[in-house]
Design a protein around this ligand. Structure first.
Ligand code: MRU
Length: 369
């Protein structure tokens, strides 16, 4: 993706060849600034405080976090410490654990002097693979958008509703839910996106709208509760969302509020697609309600950041003083509400058989029947 005309990824190595640069997503859309991660603690903090967020980017950052840890200490103990420190920062997105496992496999049997180079190589591969995976999600999702466009009067935009940010900021590039949107836009298919603001952290308002605007994709920001109304009016042709963890049977954990959109989509016969890379599938889980749901504490609900007319960015309180607040960060959309999965290998039904048709190497376990 391009920022100010310059192609960028969301994570890259600094000029010194070992430190890790990221975009501080907590400053967007008001300020574009990058942050340099130099230690595993920096990487852990960036994940916890959501300087980086989105399941694939959390995984990529954790992979580089392991590199930074090994730079300082190549022992088994340091590897184990980095692994457990990074893993505990965000519980729902399974990409974090997937990436950490890849890193451990890449280095654990190597002599200590070979570990750092091998770790950096594997982290780079994880990032490069994520870019290609997300590009392919777009290739397959584009076909769905083309089919819908073909049924509409010529020149009428395909209206997509999306929730949270499953865009290039959530991955290394392209995004998952947004990749088909960018590819349709680039192919000249008229497309318009309804962007859920996504309280409490406003990833839709702050990040998805910023991304789409930077790429020139027509979009409209809506409050989280508007989706059902828009679908009843026939204003939404399809929903595409991302996911933080999808079970082997097709249940989907994604940003809080996704489930309500899926319910509204079902009630209004609006196709509801989930875009995901294989790294977001938890093949060990068959019940979405067993997925750990992150509780981010009350502050994000009770306050909101914003920019004053003088340009200063401040956080303001929005609730009656003393009101308690709950903040579950994700919810579960059961497979039965999902029209299909858009993956790097193609589109499939949201079911165990659907996923296995694309990933036969996983094999069916008794729990999946
Ligand atoms: O809490 P966040 O901002 O990390 O949540 C992000 C989402 O819910 C995304 O939809 C999901 O990670 C998929 S990103 C391609």
């Amino acid at each position: 993706m391009k920022i100010n005309g310059k192609p960028m990824r969301t994570i890259w190595l600094a000029e010194n060849g070992w430190a890790v640069e990221i975009i501080d997503q907590t400053s967007l859309p008001h300020v574009f600034e990058t942050v340099t991660l130099k230690t595993v603690d920096d990487a852990a903090y960036a994940i916890k405080a959501m300087l980086v967020r989105g399941a694939p980017l959390i995984g990529a950052t954790a992979a580089y976090g392991v590199c930074l840890a090994l730079r300082e200490d190549t022992s088994d103990e340091a590897l184990e410490h980095a692994n457990s420190l990074l893993a505990e920062q965000r519980p729902t997105a399974v990409n974090l654990r997937w990436a950490l496992n890849e890193m451990v496999v890449a280095v654990r049997n190597l002599p200590r002097e070979a570990r750092v180079a091998a770790a950096y190589q594997r982290a780079q591969e994880i990032c490069d693979a994520d870019v290609e995976t997300c590009r392919m999600i777009g290739v397959h999702g584009l076909e769905i958008i083309k089919q819908i466009a073909a049924k509409k009067p010529a020149g009428t935009p395909v209206n997509v509703l999306t929730h949270c940010n499953a865009g290039w900021l959530a991955t290394v590039d392209w995004g998952t839910a947004t990749s088909p949107i960018y590819q349709a836009h680039d192919a000249g298919i008229p497309i318009h996106v309804f962007v859920d603001e996504t309280r409490p952290r406003n990833q839709g308002a702050a990040l998805t709208a910023y991304e789409l605007g930077s790429h020139g994709v027509p979009h409209t920001l809506v409050v989280d509760n508007a989706g059902g109304h828009l679908m009843q009016k026939g204003d939404v042709d399809l929903c595409i969302v991302g996911t933080d963890r999808t079970t082997a049977t097709g249940d989907v954990a994604n940003k809080i509020g996704t489930y309500l959109k899926a319910l509204a989509a079902k009630d209004n016969n609006v196709p509801f697609y989930v875009a995901l890379p294989h790294t977001t599938i938890d093949w060990s889980m068959t019940d979405g309600f067993a997925i750990p749901i992150e509780d981010r504490g009350p502050d994000e609900v009770l306050t909101m950041p914003g920019r004053l007319p003088n340009g200063t960015v401040v956080t303001v309180e929005i609730a009656a003083p003393g009101s308690p607040a709950a903040n579950p960060a994700f919810d579960i959309t059961p497979a039965r509400l999902v029209t299909g999965f858009i993956t790097e290998r193609g589109v499939c039904p949201a079911s165990a058989d659907g996923l296995l048709s694309l990933y036969p190497e996983q094999g069916k376990t008794p729990a999946m029947t």
